[in-house]
Design a protein around this ligand. Structure first.
Ligand code: PMV
Length: 348
């Protein structure tokens, strides 16, 4: 049954990797498994209006509005996404789409909006697919939504569900797959429930290097093989840690992963540094604070200068106080975002 017209709205969050994805094979398949916390507050809200064409042509017909304004500059990305997912969503050429999208976090804050944006769009399109195939199970729906999101932006596949997602086939994670992310299939220790992620906006400038270029630079990278091995080992280790609640071991894995990611960038050809002096000042302050207080706070980084400060829920007041007193001064215009782990995409 093909609906004539209507709209579907959903929201999808960003996510922050604990073990990083950096390096891929065609088409958007990861060189190593990665694992992430799904966020709650940082998200994209998308509405897809669809209207059946008189005659299905051979083109993708869509208009894209970002925060209320027509955005021609986003078109090529969506065009490419439609081309990639078309074999799996054959109805795409039968409709004209109007896509309206906005983010809850400031634009060009240096927070990657491709993860939340691509997962929101995929989830909306799956809403339409579900109308045509109402018999589809919830499990099949979520798998395919994640699969489509992956074709938009690799890490986006980890934003469909939460609170902890694994993407990439790994012997120690039951059900894991290169083609889509799955929910961490084991019980997570109480220490990690309600975990916080406070994002310090150190540098809001455009990224010097896109993640596409970054992934490509892992081809022929002198340390690629060792890096993929390290990530694989860290997945095995963090699996145990998430189950047994060992927070000191968690800190070691997560901080080492962040620095290894940036080490790959610093040792590629061409080489680049995405951290800023303030990034390093913040990291040192976090280490000092942890030493002085026994706190379980730690940091991680994405492909940028911003610092994600991770800590248990029970430290939420004390760490916020520390951030306000010691870290806000290193942020651009004193900006930071308080977030925590969340449950993934949903229809609105
Ligand atoms: O999803 P992409 O292709 O933008 O890659 C993102 C990679 C990192 O954010 C740096 C790490 C990760 O696993 O999310």
């Amino acid at each position: 049954d093909i609906p004539n017209e209507g709209k579907i709205s959903c929201s999808a969050p960003s996510n922050i990797a604990l073990v990083k994805y950096w390096g891929k094979r065609p088409v958007q398949l990861p060189e190593n498994a990665s694992i992430s916390f799904t966020l709650d507050h940082c998200k994209t809200e998308t509405t897809v209006w669809y209207a059946k064409k008189e005659e299905a042509g051979n083109t993708f017909d869509f208009e894209l509005f970002f925060e209320g304004a027509l955005k021609p500059s986003f078109r090529p990305k969506i065009q490419k996404f439609f081309e990639r997912v078309y074999p799996y969503l054959p109805f795409l050429k039968q409709y004209t789409f109007r896509i309206e999208t906005s983010n809850t976090f400031p634009h060009s804050s240096g927070i990657a909006s491709s993860a939340s944006g691509m997962s929101a769009l995929s989830y909306c399109l799956m809403g339409l697919e579900k109308k045509m195939h109402p018999e589809m199970t919830e499990e099949a729906f979520l798998k395919k939504a994640s699969f489509l999101a992956r074709l938009g932006s690799g890490s986006a596949c980890r934003s469909i569900e939460g609170p902890v997602e694994v993407w990439g086939a790994h012997a120690d994670i039951t059900g894991s797959d290169d083609a889509y992310a799955v929910k961490f299939p084991y019980e997570i220790h109480d220490h990690f429930s309600g975990y916080r992620d406070l994002i310090l906006l150190v540098d809001k400038g455009e990224k010097q290097v896109s993640s596409t270029v970054g992934h490509d630079l892992m081809h022929g990278h002198p340390f690629a093989k060792q890096r993929f091995e390290q990530a694989k080992e860290n997945i095995s280790k963090i699996k145990e840690v998430l189950i047994n609640g060992d927070q000191d071991a968690f800190i070691k894995i997560v901080e080492s992963e962040a620095l290894s990611l940036h080490a790959m960038m610093m040792t590629s050809m061409p080489y680049f540094i995405l951290m800023k002096p303030n990034t390093l000042s913040i990291i040192n302050k976090i280490w000092d604070y942890r030493k002085a207080t026994g706190s379980k706070v730690c940091f991680t980084l994405d492909a940028g200068a911003n610092v994600h400060v991770l800590y248990p829920e029970k430290e939420k007041e004390t760490v916020l106080e520390f951030v306000k007193k010691e870290l806000v001064g290193y942020c651009q215009k004193g900006q930071y975002i308080c977030d925590k782990i969340g449950t993934g995409a949903k229809f609105l």
